[in-house]
Design a protein around this ligand. Structure first.
Ligand code: NI
Length: 174
């Protein structure tokens, strides 16, 4: 179990375009993914991208299952997604609150496409292909943005909605 330090906004590595993974099922990739899970779970995150722990590879994980950080949202399947691609299936955008382990303590309203198809590979190199809506689609877009050096404040339409979570949601349990 290795909990890694999550880089915070301002670190130049968070702004890099990450490298495509060319070899699957390697010990190095397995270790990276284990570290990502240990790190994400230690911080109650909904997702994590490899660049957030300083590894410039196109690997993301996400899982939403009764997460105390997002008490009102639907669950999202526990997924390891390597070299992801997104196709937008709707012209419609929806705004909802996002947070990020690299932007601790803050939340902001982010417009995202509400229906997508996404594809990628698992640890063994087996293809994953899914459609997703709502919060599931949002999480995937947020994580894949990390692979292109984009943090959610860069996607916000109105920075006036960026705020500290305990101020925005004073009654939340988390
Ligand atoms: Ni994030």
């Amino acid at each position: 179990m290795t909990i890694q330090t999550v880089l915070r906004m301002g670190h130049p590595d968070l702004l890099k375009v990450a490298d495509v993974v060319t070899e699957f099922n390697t010990e190095q990739l397995q270790t990276l993914i284990t570290d990502m899970y240990d790190t994400m779970n230690s911080m109650n995150g909904a997702g994590l991208a490899a660049p957030q722990i300083g590894v410039s590879k196109r690997v993301v994980i996400f899982c939403v299952d009764a997460n105390p950080r997002y008490p009102d949202v639907e669950s999202v399947p526990d997924t390891i997604l390597i070299n992801p691609q997104i196709t937008f299936l709707s012209q419609q955008q929806e705004s909802d609150w996002e947070g990020c382990l690299s932007v601790p303590g803050l939340r902001g309203l982010v417009p995202r496409c509400n229906k997508i198809e996404y594809s990628g590979y698992d640890l063994e190199g087996k293809q994953i292909l899914r459609t997703a809506e709502g919060f599931h689609a949002r999480v995937v877009q947020h994580e894949v943005d990390h692979l292109d050096g984009i943090l959610y404040p860069q996607r916000m339409a109105d920075l006036a909605t960026l705020g500290y979570e305990d101020v925005l949601f004073p009654d939340a349990d988390a």
